[in-house]
Design a protein around this ligand. Structure first.
Ligand SMILES: Cc1cc2nc3c(=O)[nH]c(=O)nc-3n(C[C@H](O)[C@H](O)[C@H](O)COP(=O)(O)OP(=O)(O)OC[C@H]3O[C@@H](n4cnc5c(N)ncnc54)[C@H](O)[C@@H]3O)c2cc1C
Length: 195
């Protein structure tokens, strides 16, 4: 048992709180090896007992109330890769999913026991010579469209500003200008794999 689990166990024993007991059960359900591996990466790790967990586990479609066992909040590609490697080391016993903008109609971004959250990965940079923009997977359509528009560029994309660039591009990306320019995916040059 880790120090955090021990502290949680003591708190639950003293408080007799059902919510606390559920949080403890969830924490214990994740293999210790995985918890230790994630802790060693330096990535921010949120368990159901953590304060930010509820906000981070809320999908756009409120019909779903996902309850991942842990949410990791990376701030760099290296932290994403390290987190993915930790889950891969469990040899298929633990499922991972990625939350982009959270707009999957069926909350698929939260389908894993480990969720990689994108809220701290919203970087965006322009290469004016190549007329290319590079975005991290947490960026959403609204801010991206505005930043591109300021530079005189545009892309086909959907109508909701909160939709994530990652899920949107992976699904094609259909919008008002698609008859003329095609899908967002038609203009995507490359995606970087992080593992
Ligand atoms: C209100 C609303 C309006 C919409 N409007 C349009 C529209 O006009 N045109 C259109 O084409 N579509 C539209 N969509 C559909 C939307 O494009 C898709 O649901 C899209 O997949 C959402 O992407 P997301 O990143 O926000 O969602 P998420 O739920 O975060 O992700 C969607 C899927 O992609 C996966 N994923 C996310 N990031 C990554 C990553 N980095 N690597 C691997 N997998 C990843 C997730 O695990 C999940 O399975 C709309 C959806 C909503 C809810």
């Amino acid at each position: 048992m880790s120090k955090k689990q021990l502290a949680l166990a003591l708190t639950c024993a003293l408080s007799f709180s059902p919510a606390c007991a559920i949080a403890f059960r969830d924490t214990m359900a994740l293999p210790i090896s995985l918890q230790q591996c994630l802790n060693s990466t330096g990535v921010a790790v949120m368990y159901p007992s953590d304060m930010n967990y509820d906000a981070l586990s809320r999908p756009q479609n409120a019909n779903y109330q996902p309850h991942p066992k842990v949410i990791v909040v990376p701030t760099s590609s290296e932290e994403v890769a390290a987190s993915v490697r930790c889950v891969a080391a469990e040899k298929g016993d633990v499922k991972l999913s990625t939350r982009g903008g959270g707009h999957s109609y069926a909350a698929y971004g939260f389908s894993g026991e480990v969720v990689v959250d994108s809220s701290q990965m919203k970087g965006m940079s322009f290469d004016d010579d190549k007329k290319e923009v590079t975005v991290q997977f947490g960026q959403t359509l609204g801010p991206l469209a505005v930043a591109m528009g300021r530079k005189g560029y545009a892309l086909p994309h959907g109508t909701c500003p909160g939709v994530g660039i990652a899920g949107h591009a992976l699904g094609g990306g259909w919008g008002f200008t698609s008859r003329k320019w095609g899908w967002l995916l038609d203009h995507s040059k490359c995606a970087r794999k992080c593992w």
